[in-house]
Ligand binder design. Structure first.
Ligand SMILES: C[S@@+](CC[C@H](N)C(=O)[O-])C[C@H]1O[C@@H](n2cnc3c(N)ncnc32)[C@H](O)[C@@H]1O
Length: 279
């Protein structure tokens, strides 16, 4: 972990603003609920420092923390960051938006690929750490978090660290139950909780604007690493209520219809009433 030093906040916020302009609009059906801008600044600086010099896999990343972490370094706002970043997401709009931004800003270490966590994880080269902000598993006792976490563990070959961003609330029961379930799953998979930073981030979430998430860091227990195997996820109890009550997955990929400039208004959002012509 790199020691913290002051960053230029104005430059950092402006960089994050560039990334936000590039993001597709969120699809609530698949739990795409974006983190608020101030929290993205803090989170991406933290991720850049936590994964400094490491190969980092994102299991889903609608928020674009991957892009922010790479871009903060490129802009010399921080002088640390991951050596390689790969985003695995089932939404082609997100994948292509990341690729286009990486291309435009010459973020050579950043890439994205289409992947659904229900499918076996591709046997790609190993990563050192993973990051996931999954569906929060309010109606399946954290099982959707565990599915994303499993893919993260596979990405690092069960050796290294993972940063899991999930709900954390003092008054509600379900986030505590989910945190318990995820910690239990981690410990049965050869990991321990090495850090927990409570109630950090807020989201653009209309029906629960005060619901925060925490950073739950897990680390592999030395000597406990498994060899790489990965199977599709088919068990009904892991899939039921995956995206919320009675919302089991039914989509393999979200496809991009046409290339959009996400920062600009779409033609179907407005019409032009012209100045009257003079005769
Ligand atoms: C589930 S959302 C969680 C909220 C988070 N703040 C966000 O919007 O990124 C995280 C990411 O997971 C992706 N995702 C959802 N279902 C997926 C699946 N079955 N396989 C792979 N990625 C998925 C979404 O496209 C999104 O980018």
């Amino acid at each position: 972990m790199v020691p913290k030093k002051q960053i230029d906040l104005k430059m950092a916020v402006n960089a994050i603003s560039d990334v936000i302009q590039n993001r597709p609009r969120p699809l609530r059906d698949f739990d795409q609920i974006y983190m608020k801008a101030g929290d993205m600044v803090m989170q991406s600086e933290y991720v850049a420092s936590w994964a400094d010099g490491k190969r980092l896999a994102f299991i889903g990343d609608g928020d674009s923390i991957s892009v922010c972490a790479a871009y903060l370094r490129q802009r010399e706002i921080v002088d640390y960051g991951p050596s390689k970043i790969m985003v695995f997401d089932f939404d082609e709009r997100i994948v292509q938006a990341i690729k286009r931004f990486a291309d435009k800003e010459r973020l050579d270490h950043l890439d994205a690929t289409l992947y659904n966590v229900l499918d076996a994880f591709p046997d790609v080269s190993r990563y050192d750490c993973f990051y996931t902000n999954p569906p929060w598993g309010a109606y399946n006792n954290g099982e959707s978090v565990n599915v994303f976490t499993q893919r993260g563990m596979e990405a690092i070959g069960y050796e290294g660290e993972g940063l899991i961003v999930i709900a954390d609330d003092e008054d509600l029961d379900w986030p505590k139950q989910v945190l318990g379930s995820v910690q239990n799953y981690a410990s049965h998979s050869g990991f321990y909780v090495s850090r927990m930073a409570p109630r950090l981030h807020l989201y653009h979430l209309d029906d629960a604007p005060e619901l925060r998430s925490c950073n739950l860091t897990i680390s592999s227990i030395p000597g406990a690493a498994k060899s790489f195997t990965s199977e599709p996820i088919t068990s009904p109890e892991r899939l039921e209520n995956f995206y919320g009550r009675s919302r089991a997955p039914r989509v393999r990929y979200v496809r991009e219809r046409k290339r959009l400039d996400y920062g600009m208004a779409h033609e179907d959002e407005y019409e032009l009433e012209l100045l009257e012509e003079k005769h």
